[in-house]
Design a protein. Structure first.
Length: 176
């Protein structure tokens, strides 16, 4: 908020009980009934003073907002870029997909926001890769590509609405 950001992306590294597993998954704020994800949210939210149950009313109020849809779109594009590119580096990489979860880090954001689990530190090979600046730069580049794809999609959507006369107030502001 202080820096008037247009997006919020929280980057995380998983640690899974099965050391050989390596997966990529991306979350946006919302309810989640999956037990593993609820446990993960409780760990991520530890120390925040909030419990997952505290979010139920908040989740119900914001589940249909534009920010939620934009966060879902951002998650999809970011995840696609991240997974498809990392899969070329590691054929054993699993795609855990895009999911909703009540992570407190995503709760207070006024902009599209996602939590990206970009890798698994419990995977020995992946942990070694992450020690190198070159590999971390690749991961950052894949995230950047997803962000740019999202921003281009948003710009195109806005331009289409303006062209159809659906966003006249935006067109007037841009003419100033």
């Amino acid at each position: 908020r202080k820096h008037t950001a247009d997006l919020f992306i929280s980057i995380h590294f998983n640690s899974l009980p099965v050391e050989s597993d390596n997966l990529v998954e991306t979350f946006y704020f919302g309810p989640q009934a999956d037990k593993r994800i609820l446990e993960l949210a409780e760990k991520e939210n530890a120390g925040s003073g909030y419990a997952v149950a505290d979010f139920r009313q908040v989740i119900e109020r914001i589940s249909d907002t534009l920010k939620t849809q934009e966060s879902k779109d951002l998650a999809a594009l970011l995840h696609r870029q991240l997974y498809s590119n990392l899969k070329r580096e590691n054929r054993q990489l699993s795609n855990a997909g895009i999911k909703t979860a009540p992570f407190v880090v995503l709760l207070g954001s006024d902009v599209p926001s996602v939590l990206a689990e970009v890798s698994c530190l419990s995977n020995e090979r992946e942990a070694r890769n992450l020690e190198t600046p070159e590999y971390r730069d690749k991961v950052a580049g894949y995230l950047r590509d997803g962000i740019l794809e999202y921003l281009n999609q948003q710009r195109t959507t806005k331009q289409n609405h303006i062209a159809k006369g659906e966003l006249k107030h935006v067109a007037k502001q841009q003419d100033r």
